[in-house]
Design a protein around this ligand. Structure first.
Ligand SMILES: [Zn+2]
Length: 238
């Protein structure tokens, strides 16, 4: 990958002759239990994308994202879907002005409001910009089954077995012990003033079952899948 934040103006011009594709990583600043850092979603996706062996641009990650049930927990710093729509719209449009034509908006956070904001942006830009290809997705949506197969825990999710495993593999020094197993019961269908009442530990799943080996497998599955998508978006000539 061509790490955009590390290159110069001249290098940008040179690489633009080789590729018109740019990948934008999106994450969150969000609590991930008492054992994982708030940058977990952003860190995992940016690190996975860096491991892709393709000569396309990799933009600096957008750290802030839209959280819902974790938005009251300590450490979460949230933005609204409106802000995410505007921010993602602006950066893709400006990359277009700089000559880029293929855009992948890839999120390390799979929350539904967060994802719908990114997908809305993609739909809008497709209508407005000529000659582009664009996709907005989270690998967790595409690879739900494959990733669930790695976990021993059923219904593993936020800060659980798989996310903890991936951080153990990528940066074990960031893991502070292991939070307790937890499966919150958030009342439905009503919106809550304070979700922390129903979700004390901020974990969904069992972090104690995590291992670096499982994390390595999960990262490999994500890297392979996104590599295929990059190949596909690069293939079609305009
Ligand atoms: Zn997460």
């Amino acid at each position: 990958m061509i790490i955009l934040e590390d290159i110069t103006m001249d290098e940008f011009k040179k690489y633009l002759k080789q590729t018109r594709t740019i990948v934008f990583p999106f994450g969150t600043v969000e609590e991930h239990g008492s054992h994982l850092p708030v940058k977990t979603d952003t860190f995992i996706i940016y690190e996975a994308l860096k491991r892709i062996k393709k000569k396309v641009f990799l933009a600096p990650p957008v750290y802030y994202g839209v959280c819902t049930t974790t938005k009251h927990h300590p450490g979460t710093i949230n933005i609204t879907p409106r802000t995410l729509r505007h921010l993602s719209y602006d950066i893709v449009k400006d990359a277009y002005k700089k000559g880029l034509r293929n855009f992948l908006l890839i999120s390390g956070h799979g929350g539904s409001m967060h994802m719908s904001a990114l997908k809305e942006t993609a739909e809008k830009l497709m209508e407005e910009l000529k000659g582009i290809k664009i996709a907005a997705f989270s690998p967790y949506d595409l690879l739900w089954k494959e990733l669930s197969d790695i976990a021993d825990t059923e219904n593993d999710s936020h800060a659980g077995e798989i996310e903890t495993s991936m951080i153990l593999y990528l940066a074990p020094e960031l893991v502070k012990g292991r939070a307790k197993e937890e499966y919150p019961r958030i009342p439905k269908p009503f919106v809550q003033k304070d979700y922390t009442k129903f979700w004390k530990g901020g974990v969904w799943g069992n972090p104690k079952k995590a291992s670096a080996q499982k994390g390595e497998k999960a990262i490999k599955i994500i890297v392979d899948k996104i590599s295929d998508i990059v190949k596909e978006i690069e293939k079609k000539k305009k």
